[in-house]
Design a protein around this ligand. Structure first.
Ligand code: ARG
Length: 282
């Protein structure tokens, strides 16, 4: 945001935000359930309504398509209840596709499914030796990758990802188990703009974020705890969890168009809009 003086009174001019058409991949929550608990959001004693999860997910899908984005569907597989969180399966940048290596054995089968899907799509999938949870922890911002570590992705995988994609990687340490993936604590809004929840990061990571993104939007606890940062932006429209109303206001003030999406059932697995969306970066 730039502030200019008009007639003595400060006037605020918000930048014009431009959308760019995107390509996404998603997996329907046909087999979604909370059968195990691998993050603090998951409670196996809380019932999940899979039919409602599916209806909510379909609204996310149709919203992307109504905005003109291309969405490809990856077939869900019975016995892989977290496969709806398609973002975790891979990192795709141009013709480079890095397949996830999951931290928990319950999700290992998803990596196999993603590798097969990528192969069918004409990619030659690459693998890391160390744990990486795809776009849960590896977020492309313009021509760099912000990479989370501390809970899932192994810091040593960051170098592997830099090597495989050819992009510089900035490592950021996550310190709060509620924000176990980078995409739960930081939102990429366009090629140079991010929003984040500072308490989710180590002091060093916070300092790094402050110096790299001096104009970043800092989000408050209420929005962060609604998983409000788990968003997908096309540069103008920001699809975010509907409950994150404070963040929605901040986005409007910054010239973005927030679109609230209710994914309450999928929140029970510890994921929301971004988790359900693998972006195929060109
Ligand atoms: N239950 C899944 C897990 O704990 C949720 C993954 C959410 N995805 C994400 N991109 N944050 O692994």
């Amino acid at each position: 945001m730039t502030i200019s003086d008009v007639g003595g009174a400060p006037a605020v001019t918000t930048p014009r935000r431009a959308a760019r058409l995107r390509r996404y991949a998603m997996t329907a929550p046909t087999f979604f359930a909370v059968e195990y608990a691998i993050n603090p959001w998951m409670d196996t004693s809380v019932p999940v309504d899979t039919a409602l999860a599916t209806r909510q997910w379909e609204i996310l899908l149709s919203t992307y398509r109504d905005l003109g984005h291309a969405v490809e569907l990856i077939e869900p597989i019975a016995g892989l209840p977290d496969m709806v969180y398609a973002a975790n399966g891979a990192l795709v940048v141009g013709d480079r596709a890095v397949v996830a290596r999951f931290a928990f054995p319950q999700r290992a089968g998803e990596a196999v499914a993603h590798a097969e899907w990528l192969t069918r799509r004409g990619f030659e999938p690459a693998f890391t030796r160390h744990t990486n949870e795809g776009q849960g922890d590896l977020l492309v911002v313009g021509s760099i990758i912000l990479a989370g570590y501390g809970f899932r992705t192994d810091r040593r995988a960051h170098d592997e990802v830099a090597h495989l994609t050819g992009l510089p990687v900035v490592s950021l340490e996550l310190v709060d188990p509620r924000f176990y993936h980078l995409d739960t604590a930081l939102a990429v809004l366009d090629d140079s703009t991010v929003a984040y929840y500072p308490p989710a990061f180590s002091p060093q990571a916070r300092a790094r974020l402050r110096s790299t993104f001096p104009d970043a939007i800092e989000v408050g606890s209420a929005d962060a705890y609604a998983l409000g940062l788990n968003v997908v932006s096309d540069g103008r429209h920001v699809l975010l969890p509907a409950a994150a109303t404070g963040f929605a206001d901040q986005l409007s003030q910054a010239g973005f168009e927030p679109i609230g999406i209710d994914l309450s059932e999928l929140l029970k697995g510890g994921g929301s809009v971004k988790c359900c969306t693998l972006e195929l970066y060109s």
